[in-house]
Design a protein around this ligand. Structure first.
Ligand code: DGL
Length: 258
C-alpha cells in the first residue's frame, strides 16, 4: 500500500513579489507553518491580461503547488483572486483556497463617511467579483482608480519612476481623499510614498491582515494547523528563476517596504 505523504506546506502566489505583503501578515500569526511562495514574474503583470490567460496561469501554478504537498493555497494577488478564484475553487474542491480582495468592506466598517480612493489593477476594478463588493458597500464617496503599470514599476524597484508615476497619477487627489484602499498586493510596499504624494493623514486599508486571520481559522477548522513548535521554512520560487527577485523578496519580507 502506498504511504500517504503528509501535506505540510502552504502554497502562496502572486504575479510577482507583491504577495510578500500578504505573507508578512500571515507569518505574524502562523509562524510555524512551511510556505512555498511562487512569483510568476515571467508572466506579469496580470492586471492587464484577459481572464482566460490569468486562469491558465493560475491553473499551472496550482498544479505546481499541489505537486509540492500543499495543504492550502493562498492567492496573494487581487487580480487573480478577482477573476479566477471562483473557477479555481470549483476545480479544486479538496483544498482550502484563501483569496485576497480589496479591503473595501473595511472602509464600510470603520470609515464609511470619508472620501475614498480605491487603487487597484484594471483587471480587479473591471471584475465582476470586485463590482459586487463595491456595490454592496458603496459609500457614494469613492473613486475607483485603475493603476495601470504601477505594479510593474514597484516590481522593478526604481524609486524615481515610482515617485513620478504617483505624482502623475494620484497627485490630483492630494488633500481630497481620507481613505485609501490598497487593492493590489504590491502597493503596501510603497505606502509611505503614496502617503507623501496624497499628503496629510490618509488612512490605508489593506486586506492582508484579515486574510491571515481567515487562513488561521480555516486551518484550525480543517485540522490542518502545523503541530510543530519551531519556526517554519519559507521557500521562494520565481518563474524566471532570477536571483535578484529572490533577494528583494527576502528583503521585503523582513522590512515590508521598498
Ligand atoms: N499583485 C497583483 C494584485 O494584487 C497584481 C499586479 C499585476 O501583476 O498586475 O493585483
Amino acid at each position: 500500500m502506498q504511504e500517504e505523504v503528509e501535506k505540510e506546506n502552504i502554497g502562496i502566489f502572486d504575479s510577482g513579489i507583491g504577495g510578500v505583503t500578504v505573507l508578512r501578515e500571515i507569518i505574524k500569526i502562523l509562524p510555524n507553518e512551511n510556505y512555498i511562495y511562487y512569483s510568476d514574474s515571467k508572466n506579469n503583470p496580470y492586471g492587464d491580461k484577459k481572464k482566460e490567460e490569468i486562469i491558465e496561469r493560475c491553473e499551472e501554478i496550482f498544479r505546481f503547488l499541489l505537486e509540492r504537498n500543499c495543504k492550502a493555497i493562498v492567492i496573494a494577488c487581487n487580480t487573480a483572486s478577482a477573476v479566477a478564484s471562483s473557477y479555481l475553487r470549483e476545480k479544486n474542491k479538496n483544498i482550502p483556497i484563501i483569496a485576497i480582495e480589496p479591503a473595501y468592506k473595511m472602509v464600510y466598517d470603520y470609515s464609511y463617511d470619508k472620501e475614498t480612493l480605491v487603487m487597484a489593477t484594471k483587471g480587479t476594478i473591471e471584475s465582476e467579483k470586485f463590482n459586487l463588493l463595491y456595490h454592496k458597500y458603496d459609500n457614494h464617496k469613492t473613486t475607483l482608480l485603475e493603476c495601470i503599470g504601477l505594479a510593474d514599476v514597484i516590481e522593478e524597484g526604481n524609486e524615481e519612476k515610482i515617485k513620478n508615476y504617483l505624482e502623475k497619477n494620484i497627485g490630483q487627489y492630494k488633500g481630497k481623499v481620507e481613505n485609501v484602499v490598497l487593492g493590489c498586493t504590491h502597493y503596501p510596499l510603497i505606502e509611505k510614498e503614496i502617503g507623501q504624494v496624497l499628503g496629510g493623514n490618509v488612512k490605508f486599508f489593506n486586506g492582508a491582515s484579515r486574510l491571515s486571520v481567515h487562513l488561521k481559522d480555516v486551518l484550525e477548522e480543517s485540522n490542518l494547523i502545523s503541530k510543530k513548535q519551531k519556526q517554519g521554512k519559507i521557500e521562494f520560487i520565481d518563474s524566471l528563476g532570477k536571483k535578484e527577485k529572490e533577494e528583494r523578496f527576502y528583503k521585503f519580507l523582513e522590512e515590508g517596504k521598498l
